[in-house]
Design a protein around this ligand. Sequence first.
Ligand SMILES: O=C(O)[C@H](O)[C@@H](O)[C@H](O)[C@H](O)COP(=O)(O)O
Length: 320
Amino acid sequence: MASSPLSSASPALRIISSLFPQYSPTLHANPSLLPLSPSRPHSLSLSLSTSSRSEKLSCRAVSSATAARMASEKKVQVFDSKDDLAAELAKYTADLSDKFTKERSSFTVVLSGGSLIDYLRKLVEPPYLDSVDWSKWHVFWVDERVVPKDHEDSNYKLAYDGFLSKVPILPGNVYAINDALSAEGAADDYETGLRHLVKNGVVDFSEATGVPKFDLMLLGMGPDGHVASLFPGHPLCKEKEKWVTFIKDSPKPPPERITFTFPVINTSAYIALVVTGAGKAGAVQKALGNSEDSGTLPVELVSPAGELTWFLDKNAASKL
Ligand SMILES: O=C(O)[C@H](O)[C@@H](O)[C@H](O)[C@H](O)COP(=O)(O)O
């Protein structure tokens, strides 16, 4: 298991629970939308809380964890403000960028849509703007809506406007979907592209699981506990063969999307789950608390081979 590279926690950071022992033809950047102007990352020193609340949470989580989840290293961090969360997420990401760019010639980062992009806001500011080796970044999407790249619903557009346009990541290293294809075609095309990138050594590969091993996934979670475009009760949550699949009946609009599957998500070296807002407190409680019906949410299936870190604001953590 990879150890955290992370080492000085911000004062506002509260760790309430910690270690659980235990290219392609079309996988390309869109030059018209990627006039990326140009322009390094870190690990949190985890100051473990010894409060009774912290111990209680750890016990609760352990009691509800499956054997697979126990195999993961899990950290839960609660921040007093969204700005504090964004500051720590920037530091965490920059540290991991530093670690992986020193170890390999690339840093493979997977983005989700939604509010996650806004929480990357401090990563595009000093000191990270100049200290991160952006030239080594390779950017992917854990899920994407099947809409044109300039559509308001596009995760690519969201990431471009809020993050990619502000840092000097090479346009050729940004892997958007082919928006001219159907959902099924775009999913197949994205998987084909990934296979090329694995073959070329840009993306790491896990012999153990037979799927790509991304360095970092930055995930959000919906109020219903969905992650990526893997929704509660949907058969796609059980997909074991495909790396990338598609959905045409997403309960969260728009309905047509492509998404990484759980085997790929769970092969990641690091996953950050960024969850804020009182509307998500129930799902957070189910996933991390001692809920009777724990184990029913997609987010509970997130159990990476590496390290999982929850970044919560106090509202999302309010039922813990
Ligand atoms: O494209 C998407 O819809 C997503 O990738 C999705 O999984 C998102 O991350 C969650 O729905 C959380 O979104 P919010 O953070 O905006 O609530």
